[in-house]
Design a binder for this molecule. Structure first.
Ligand SMILES: Cc1cc2nc3c(=O)[nH]c(=O)nc-3n(C[C@H](O)[C@H](O)[C@H](O)COP(=O)(O)O)c2cc1C
Length: 433
């Protein structure tokens, strides 16, 4: 068959276009641009591989509105204490041992008489229900299935009753040392009715440390709609859809429960006035007696305070600087742990929080004398990244790291871990005057 000249030219153009080289020239500049905009979305759709807490943090940052990411990922003022809480763990080394029997290892233990799968507790964290819809319920369920305690914050979005209705086993409840006695009594009654098995009294928040980002972001629950927050939330579609699907978007333990707080607008006035700057040890004792059950005092960073807390008869104390969110410039919790253990370790159970981001960190704290640890951000990252599955993932990561590191230090039982497994720099806990 004969071809006209025009047909011949068309065929040539067609064959040039179908030539791989041409397509390569088009693809080279275009694909990276497409990838830049769509890869995060595609990555979000794929099931991510999580091997460390930092993986969850990266996902969390991508999936959660900036206001709530910043709320968790910040410390007070210059953030020195916030940073040192984690970096100080890196100054302690683990002693590698070989040719010891590493079979049949055990991480189970007891914290204030309760069996736990590992010596880790989920710390009270406010606004979990803003990190993801129904966040407190999801975190509590993950903890329950894993076999570690979950502590519900007073400043939670889901109420005590919400969490109790959606879980099977008792959880713990946290209170601040607030002025309003009637409110405190009612809170404790509600916690007792929900069968909470321990009360965590946070003693390091008489006045509030300032976090710059929260002020600049105009942090609120539910989030205020500003052009900046709307623009940011539009990039967090799954978060937004889940939030629209829940009715739990206000402080569930406060709105409608504290006197004078019937709506979210009156809440900020209440918060500003609720904390008790005149707190003393008699008031702490009064609150302990008001509860009448197991009590953990959280937020102790000084030997003298630890002695007073032990003398009051607390079941446990948590060496903590509130994750670097209160007194900026205070020493990290891990530095203060050993002096406190030496002073009162035989009188009261001592735990640590602030800065734990791995199982190795848990091992170091236990080796320095902590009976257990609380984790805050490590599980918040998981919750914001993947909801309940993310919290489970955070616990899995820490469990695996703790188990393997303990074995490689030549130990098989977390209850027999001691300072012998560590190399601690001289003066780590201070030669401060
Ligand atoms: C976002 C956020 C909110 C918190 N809210 C509370 C709270 O409501 N009550 C409380 O006692 N502690 C609260 N904390 C402090 C934690 O209980 C815990 O002491 C701290 O997170 C431990 O440090 P880490 O996050 O480095 O593990 C909060 C911490 C964070 C990060």
């Amino acid at each position: 068959m004969c071809m006209t000249q025009a047909e011949g030219q068309s065929l040539e153009i067609f064959s040039r276009w179908t030539n791989a080289g041409v397509w390569r020239n088009i693809a080279l500049p275009v694909l990276p641009a497409i990838g830049k905009y769509y890869c995060p979305i595609l990555k979000d759709l794929a099931m991510p591989t999580i091997t460390e807490i930092a993986d969850l943090k990266r996902l969390y940052r991508r999936r959660t509105p900036k206001m709530f990411y910043d709320y968790s990922e910040s410390g007070s003022w210059s953030e020195q204490t916030f940073r040192e809480n984690t970096s100080d763990f890196n100054e302690i080394y683990l002693r590698q041992r070989i040719a010891t029997d590493m079979t049949e290892r055990n991480l189970t233990t007891q914290l204030v008489g309760q069996d736990v799968a590992m010596p880790v507790v989920l710390a009270p964290v406010g606004l979990l229900g803003m990190q993801c819809a129904d966040g407190e319920i999801k975190a509590a369920r993950a903890a329950e299935k894993f076999g570690v305690p979950f502590t519900l914050s007073t400043m939670s979005i889901c109420s005590i009753e919400d969490v109790a209705e959606n879980t099977e086993k008792p959880f713990w409840f946290q209170v601040y040392t607030l002025k309003d006695d009637d409110y405190m009594k009612r809170l404790m009654e509600r916690a007792r009715a929900a069968e909470c098995s321990a009360l965590v009294i946070t003693v390091d928040l008489q006045v509030m440390g300032q976090r710059h980002k929260d002020i600049k972001n105009g942090l609120s629950a539910p989030p205020k709609l500003t052009p900046a927050s709307i623009a940011n939330m539009m990039t967090k579609v799954p978060w937004g859809l889940q939030m629209l699907g829940t009715k739990r978007r206000f402080f569930g333990n406060v709105v409608g429960h504290a006197s004078g707080v019937s709506d979210p607008a009156s809440l900020s006035t209440w918060i500003a006035e609720a904390f008790d700057p005149s707190l003393n040890w008699d008031r702490i004792k009064q609150l302990m007696d008001m509860w009448g059950g197991k009590v953990i005092l959280k937020g102790i960073l000084d030997v003298e305070d630890a002695e007073k807390a032990a003398a009051l008869g607390a079941d446990a104390i948590v060496v903590s600087n509130h994750g670097g969110r209160q007194l900026d410039g205070a020493l990290s919790s891990i530095r203060m742990l050993e002096p406190i253990v030496q002073a009162v370790g035989d009188k009261v159970e001592i735990w640590l929080d602030s800065g734990i981001r791995s199982g190795q960190d848990v091992l170091k704290a236990v080796a320095l004398g902590a009976k257990g640890v609380m984790i805050g951000r490590s599980y918040v990252y998981g919750l914001g990244a993947m909801g309940e599955a993310g919290v489970t993932s955070a616990l899995d990561v820490i469990h695996k790291e703790l188990d393997t590191s303990m074995a490689l230090c030549g130990r098989r039982d977390i209850n027999n871990v001691d300072r012998e497994i560590l190399l601690v720099p001289k003066g780590f806990s201070g030669t401060f005057a």
